[in-house]
Design a protein around this ligand. Structure first.
Ligand code: URA
Length: 209
Protein backbone atom coordinates (compact mmCIF):
# COMPACT_ATOMS: atom_id res chain seq x y z
CA UNK A 1 0.00 0.00 0.00
CA UNK A 2 1.26 3.47 -0.86
CA UNK A 3 1.85 6.09 1.76
CA UNK A 4 -1.08 8.19 3.03
CA UNK A 5 0.05 11.38 4.73
CA UNK A 6 -1.85 14.32 6.18
CA UNK A 7 0.54 17.26 6.01
CA UNK A 8 -0.86 19.18 8.96
CA UNK A 9 1.84 21.76 9.59
CA UNK A 10 0.40 24.67 11.62
CA UNK A 11 0.88 27.11 8.74
CA UNK A 12 -1.04 24.77 6.45
CA UNK A 13 -3.89 24.31 8.94
CA UNK A 14 -4.13 28.08 9.41
CA UNK A 15 -4.21 28.75 5.68
CA UNK A 16 -6.73 25.98 5.08
CA UNK A 17 -9.10 27.60 7.59
CA UNK A 18 -8.84 30.85 5.62
CA UNK A 19 -9.96 29.21 2.37
CA UNK A 20 -12.66 27.06 4.02
CA UNK A 21 -14.46 30.25 5.10
CA UNK A 22 -17.27 30.95 2.63
CA UNK A 23 -16.52 34.68 2.87
CA UNK A 24 -13.00 34.22 1.46
CA UNK A 25 -13.00 35.90 -1.96
CA UNK A 26 -11.44 34.72 -5.22
CA UNK A 27 -8.19 36.70 -4.91
CA UNK A 28 -7.30 35.47 -1.44
CA UNK A 29 -8.57 31.96 -2.18
CA UNK A 30 -6.27 31.70 -5.21
CA UNK A 31 -3.26 33.08 -3.36
CA UNK A 32 -3.70 30.86 -0.34
CA UNK A 33 -4.27 27.69 -2.40
CA UNK A 34 -0.90 28.34 -4.02
CA UNK A 35 0.74 29.00 -0.67
CA UNK A 36 -0.57 25.71 0.73
CA UNK A 37 0.53 23.86 -2.41
CA UNK A 38 4.03 25.30 -2.05
CA UNK A 39 4.27 24.26 1.60
CA UNK A 40 3.00 20.78 0.72
CA UNK A 41 5.53 20.45 -2.11
CA UNK A 42 8.29 20.82 0.49
CA UNK A 43 7.04 17.66 2.23
CA UNK A 44 6.00 15.75 -0.89
CA UNK A 45 9.52 16.15 -2.29
CA UNK A 46 11.21 15.04 0.94
CA UNK A 47 12.27 11.66 -0.43
CA UNK A 48 13.85 13.00 -3.62
CA UNK A 49 17.15 11.19 -4.13
CA UNK A 50 20.46 13.03 -3.90
CA UNK A 51 23.89 12.29 -5.30
CA UNK A 52 27.37 13.62 -4.60
CA UNK A 53 29.02 16.10 -6.93
CA UNK A 54 32.41 17.78 -6.82
CA UNK A 55 32.27 21.56 -6.77
CA UNK A 56 34.71 24.32 -6.14
CA UNK A 57 33.68 26.84 -3.49
CA UNK A 58 35.59 30.15 -3.36
CA UNK A 59 37.70 28.42 -0.69
CA UNK A 60 38.26 24.81 -1.72
CA UNK A 61 37.23 21.77 -3.73
CA UNK A 62 34.31 20.07 -2.00
CA UNK A 63 31.89 17.15 -2.38
CA UNK A 64 28.29 18.28 -1.99
CA UNK A 65 24.75 17.02 -2.61
CA UNK A 66 22.63 17.63 -5.65
CA UNK A 67 19.26 16.24 -6.72
CA UNK A 68 19.50 13.10 -8.82
CA UNK A 69 17.05 10.61 -10.16
CA UNK A 70 13.81 11.32 -11.90
CA UNK A 71 12.82 14.83 -12.88
CA UNK A 72 9.42 16.11 -11.81
CA UNK A 73 6.30 16.82 -13.82
CA UNK A 74 3.29 18.44 -12.17
CA UNK A 75 -0.02 17.16 -13.52
CA UNK A 76 -3.03 19.27 -12.56
CA UNK A 77 -6.42 17.69 -13.06
CA UNK A 78 -8.40 20.43 -14.82
CA UNK A 79 -9.76 22.68 -13.85
CA UNK A 80 -9.20 23.09 -10.12
CA UNK A 81 -5.76 21.44 -10.14
CA UNK A 82 -4.41 24.47 -12.01
CA UNK A 83 -4.78 26.42 -8.79
CA UNK A 84 -1.96 24.44 -7.17
CA UNK A 85 0.60 24.54 -10.00
CA UNK A 86 2.26 27.92 -9.44
CA UNK A 87 2.80 27.21 -5.75
CA UNK A 88 4.63 23.96 -6.52
CA UNK A 89 6.62 25.64 -9.31
CA UNK A 90 7.90 28.14 -6.72
CA UNK A 91 9.81 25.25 -5.14
CA UNK A 92 10.49 23.14 -8.23
CA UNK A 93 10.77 25.74 -11.01
CA UNK A 94 12.22 23.38 -13.62
CA UNK A 95 9.28 20.95 -13.39
CA UNK A 96 7.31 20.34 -16.57
CA UNK A 97 3.53 20.59 -16.43
CA UNK A 98 1.12 18.15 -18.07
CA UNK A 99 -2.63 18.74 -18.10
CA UNK A 100 -5.43 16.22 -17.83
CA UNK A 101 -8.98 17.44 -18.27
CA UNK A 102 -11.71 15.70 -16.33
CA UNK A 103 -15.22 16.84 -15.69
CA UNK A 104 -17.74 15.35 -13.34
CA UNK A 105 -21.21 14.56 -14.59
CA UNK A 106 -23.29 16.44 -12.03
CA UNK A 107 -25.99 13.76 -12.04
CA UNK A 108 -24.04 10.51 -12.04
CA UNK A 109 -20.92 12.07 -10.41
CA UNK A 110 -18.93 9.95 -12.93
CA UNK A 111 -15.71 11.53 -14.29
CA UNK A 112 -15.02 11.93 -18.03
CA UNK A 113 -11.66 12.72 -19.64
CA UNK A 114 -11.74 15.47 -22.28
CA UNK A 115 -8.11 16.63 -22.49
CA UNK A 116 -4.67 14.99 -22.14
CA UNK A 117 -1.39 16.75 -22.90
CA UNK A 118 1.81 15.57 -21.22
CA UNK A 119 5.55 16.06 -21.53
CA UNK A 120 6.76 13.27 -23.84
CA UNK A 121 8.96 11.64 -21.18
CA UNK A 122 6.30 10.99 -18.49
CA UNK A 123 7.54 7.39 -18.24
CA UNK A 124 10.83 8.64 -16.81
CA UNK A 125 9.49 11.41 -14.58
CA UNK A 126 8.20 11.60 -11.05
CA UNK A 127 4.64 12.89 -11.45
CA UNK A 128 2.87 15.02 -8.86
CA UNK A 129 -0.82 14.76 -9.77
CA UNK A 130 -2.65 17.65 -8.18
CA UNK A 131 -6.33 18.33 -7.51
CA UNK A 132 -7.48 20.33 -4.48
CA UNK A 133 -10.35 17.96 -3.61
CA UNK A 134 -10.22 14.17 -3.33
CA UNK A 135 -13.96 13.50 -3.09
CA UNK A 136 -15.21 10.18 -4.54
CA UNK A 137 -11.76 9.53 -6.01
CA UNK A 138 -13.30 8.99 -9.44
CA UNK A 139 -11.33 11.69 -11.29
CA UNK A 140 -8.06 10.83 -9.60
CA UNK A 141 -8.47 7.12 -10.35
CA UNK A 142 -9.32 7.79 -13.98
CA UNK A 143 -6.47 10.29 -14.39
CA UNK A 144 -3.98 7.78 -12.97
CA UNK A 145 -5.42 4.96 -15.13
CA UNK A 146 -4.89 7.17 -18.14
CA UNK A 147 -1.33 8.13 -17.14
CA UNK A 148 -0.41 4.47 -16.49
CA UNK A 149 -1.73 3.49 -19.94
CA UNK A 150 0.67 6.04 -21.42
CA UNK A 151 3.66 4.66 -19.51
CA UNK A 152 3.79 6.67 -16.28
CA UNK A 153 4.75 4.59 -13.26
CA UNK A 154 6.05 6.92 -10.59
CA UNK A 155 3.19 9.02 -9.21
CA UNK A 156 2.18 10.88 -6.10
CA UNK A 157 -1.29 12.37 -5.65
CA UNK A 158 -1.49 15.72 -3.84
CA UNK A 159 -4.72 17.36 -2.67
CA UNK A 160 -5.77 19.91 -0.09
CA UNK A 161 -8.88 18.23 1.33
CA UNK A 162 -9.70 14.53 1.17
CA UNK A 163 -12.81 12.56 2.04
CA UNK A 164 -12.29 9.11 3.60
CA UNK A 165 -14.34 7.59 0.76
CA UNK A 166 -11.95 9.05 -1.85
CA UNK A 167 -8.83 7.97 -0.01
CA UNK A 168 -10.14 4.40 0.26
CA UNK A 169 -11.17 4.23 -3.39
CA UNK A 170 -7.86 5.65 -4.64
CA UNK A 171 -5.80 3.36 -2.40
CA UNK A 172 -7.75 0.33 -3.62
CA UNK A 173 -7.48 1.27 -7.29
CA UNK A 174 -3.84 2.41 -7.19
CA UNK A 175 -2.05 1.05 -4.14
CA UNK A 176 1.30 2.09 -5.64
CA UNK A 177 0.43 5.81 -5.55
CA UNK A 178 1.27 7.83 -2.42
CA UNK A 179 -1.46 10.24 -1.30
CA UNK A 180 -0.76 13.56 0.41
CA UNK A 181 -3.47 15.83 1.75
CA UNK A 182 -3.59 18.89 3.99
CA UNK A 183 -6.76 17.63 5.72
CA UNK A 184 -8.82 14.47 6.00
CA UNK A 185 -12.44 15.61 6.34
CA UNK A 186 -15.51 13.80 7.65
CA UNK A 187 -17.43 12.51 4.64
CA UNK A 188 -19.15 13.25 1.35
CA UNK A 189 -22.67 14.63 1.31
CA UNK A 190 -25.44 13.42 -1.00
CA UNK A 191 -24.31 15.88 -3.70
CA UNK A 192 -20.74 14.59 -3.67
CA UNK A 193 -19.31 17.58 -1.79
CA UNK A 194 -16.78 17.08 0.96
CA UNK A 195 -18.04 17.98 4.47
CA UNK A 196 -17.02 20.39 5.93
CA UNK A 197 -14.84 20.93 2.83
CA UNK A 198 -14.56 24.27 1.12
CA UNK A 199 -17.23 24.04 -1.56
CA UNK A 200 -16.47 23.78 -5.26
CA UNK A 201 -12.74 24.42 -5.50
CA UNK A 202 -12.85 25.25 -9.23
CA UNK A 203 -15.63 27.80 -8.82
CA UNK A 204 -13.94 29.40 -5.84
CA UNK A 205 -10.57 29.60 -7.64
CA UNK A 206 -11.93 31.06 -10.84
CA UNK A 207 -14.89 33.06 -9.55
CA UNK A 208 -17.49 31.06 -11.46
CA UNK A 209 -20.71 29.56 -10.26
N1 URA B 1 -15.05 18.87 -5.82
C1 URA B 1 -15.03 20.08 -5.20
O1 URA B 1 -14.58 21.07 -5.77
N2 URA B 1 -15.50 20.16 -3.93
C2 URA B 1 -15.98 19.10 -3.27
O2 URA B 1 -16.38 19.23 -2.11
C3 URA B 1 -16.00 17.84 -3.94
C4 URA B 1 -15.54 17.77 -5.21
Amino acid sequence: MGKFQVIDHPLIQHKLTIIRDKNCGTKVFREVVNEIAMLMAYEVSRDMPLEDIEIETPITLSTQKTLSGKKVAIVPILRAGIGMVDGILELIPAAKVGHIGMFRDEETLEPHEYFFKMPEDIDSRQLFIVDPMLATGGSAIMAIDSLKKRGASNMKFVCLVAAPEGVKALQEAHPDVDIYTAALDEQLNELGYIVPGLGDAGDRLFGTK
